[in-house]
Design a binder for this molecule. Structure first.
Ligand SMILES: Cc1cc2nc3c(=O)[nH]c(=O)nc-3n(C[C@H](O)[C@H](O)[C@H](O)COP(=O)(O)OP(=O)(O)OC[C@H]3O[C@@H](n4cnc5c(N)ncnc54)[C@H](O)[C@@H]3O)c2cc1C
Ligand code: SF4
Ligand code: SF4
Length: 415
């Protein structure tokens, strides 16, 4: 691999756009491709779903309204959880298997900055053993797709990419012209990302030793889990997080308005939201099934479950988001009530698949409210029909000029 080529690709100036998570395309030889590739300009999910999966989301399969097209859905865990993985390490283990079996020449993913464990840095990995250093979640953006051209230049023709949804959208939009013989896409869900700098501010509010926090996760049981360098664990109920102390612009508009929580264009999505304490897999097409099969007996699978009702929490979220977007303080729960509600939420709140549906609906609600407030002219091109369908149940409908014209039905194109 040519180190100089990689460094040059990563340091190539990024185009300055207001809605951009620096996925890397603007740093490639033809930055004008952003116009066709960007999730924040004019996404076309039905066309790309048909291109990638052979079909768009099917109204006869109700959960595809929320999660995008999928063929199989599982709760899952590696029998031998990997150290330093965000959950059990299914994501990086699939990538290791691709390299071990010779199915790909390289894996494109993120590693950690040597000076800041929370800062993602794109990397092309060619040895399975080097993927251990990529495990875990980092907060922030880094130009993953800027390494597509160096990957081709290094002679890699069969590639696997691990990416978050805004990166995967651009990758799929340009896939046909990238010229790889084989491309596997392992996606993770993503929400509430922010810059690495802002994330450090959050860590400082959580602990007086923020530099010793080595792991953080927003768990599906309504708690944030922290792990420290000295082996300590701490869990904090969501209700007791210092969210009100964060600056208003803590979450960038991109991450408040992106429209694909569950990475609908990946071959396989590896998350946790619907997993009730385990991981959650969405196998979306035949390549995704091939990826899952690579794990063989290493992975334990079971059927996802669903409990509770999401409508109340989603309505409460909508009311709070409208107040906050309008500059009003959030409706706060009295402090004495927080421990009780914090105890009740994991027991009676939406759990399993209902939790995942609730989170997807909340994200759709956020998209509409924040774009309407901050960039109303973008609504017509940025909000896909399926997002309007999700928020309709909560009384949010497109006003005149907010919804684009329906596109021609996508032609199936088995991928
Ligand atoms: C910002 C962010 C928010 C997320 N929010 C959710 C959520 O709300 N619900 C949910 O179900 N899952 C979410 N995920 C995914 C989740 O945290 C786990 O990554 C996923 O469940 C896989 O776990 P694992 O043990 O299989 O991963 P591991 O085997 O530990 O591998 C993690 C992979 O993610 C890559 N990665 C880490 N940080 C980044 C980053 N900033 N940008 C791009 N790639 C990165 C790593 O390079 C590695 O390849 C989020 C991930 C990120 C990065
Ligand atoms: S395609 Fe990527 S680099 Fe280009 S504007 Fe969109 S997020 Fe930014
Ligand atoms: S929240 Fe959305 S826009 Fe932000 S990094 Fe994640 S996928 Fe990209």
């Amino acid at each position: 691999m040519n180190e100089a080529g990689i460094a040059a690709a990563l340091h190539h100036a990024a185009a300055v756009r207001d809605l951009c998570t620096d996925c890397g395309i603007s740093r490639t030889a033809d930055a004008s491709r952003c116009g066709r590739a960007c999730q924040f300009i004019k996404p076309d999910y039905p066309r790309l779903e048909a291109q990638v999966h052979g079909r768009s989301r099917d109204p006869a399969r109700p959960d595809e309204r929320f999660f995008g097209p999928f063929e199989q859905m599982h709760r899952a865990a590696l029998r031998d959880p990997r150290p330093d993985a965000q959950w059990t390490g299914i994501t990086t283990r699939i990538a290791e298997r691709l390299l071990e079996t010779g199915a790909v020449d390289a894996v494109l993913t993120m590693t950690a900055d040597p000076n800041d464990r929370w800062r993602p840095v794109p990397v092309l990995v060619t040895k399975a053993a080097d993927l251990a250093a990529c495990r875990g979640m980092r907060m922030g953006y880094a130009p993953l797709l800027a390494l597509l051209e160096p990957a081709r230049a290094a002679g890699h023709r069969r590639l696997a990419v691990i990416g978050i949804p805004c990166q995967v959208y651009a990758l799929r939009a340009l896939e046909a012209e990238l010229g790889f013989d084989k491309l596997y896409v392992i996606g993770t869900p993503c929400s509430d990302n922010t810059t690495t700098e802002s994330f450090h501010t959050f860590l400082e509010l959580l602990s007086d030793r923020p530099d010793t926090i080595r792991y953080l996760e927003f768990r599906a049981d309504y708690h944030v889990e922290l792990r420290f360098d000295d082996g300590r664990h701490q869990t904090i109920p969501f209700l007791q997080l210092p969210i009100s102390k964060l600056p208003r612009d803590f979450f960038p508009l991109t991450c408040r308005t992106c429209v694909d929580y569950t990475n609908a264009l990946a071959d396989i999505t590896v998350g946790y939201m619907g997993g009730e304490g385990e991981q959650w897999l969405l196998v979306r097409n035949a390549r995704g099934a091939e990826l899952l099969a690579l794990l063989g007996d290493e992975v334990r699978l079971s059927a996802p479950d669903s409990h509770g009702k999401r409508a109340g929490p989603v309505k409460g979220f909508l009311a709070n988001t409208e107040r906050a977007a309008g500059g009003l303080p959030l409706r706060r729960m009295p402090d004495w009530l927080k421990p009780l509600v914090g105890w009740l939420m994991p027991r009676i709140g939406p759990r399993g698949l209902e939790f995942a549906r609730a989170r997807v609906e909340m994200k759709a609600v956020e998209t509409v409210i924040h774009l309407r407030r901050e960039q109303p002219r973008r609504m017509k091109s940025m909000i896909p029909k399926h997002v309007w369908a999700l928020v309709a149940a909560y009384g949010l409908k497109p006003a005149e000029g907010e919804a684009g014209k329906p596109r021609e039905p996508a032609k199936p194109n088995a991928g």
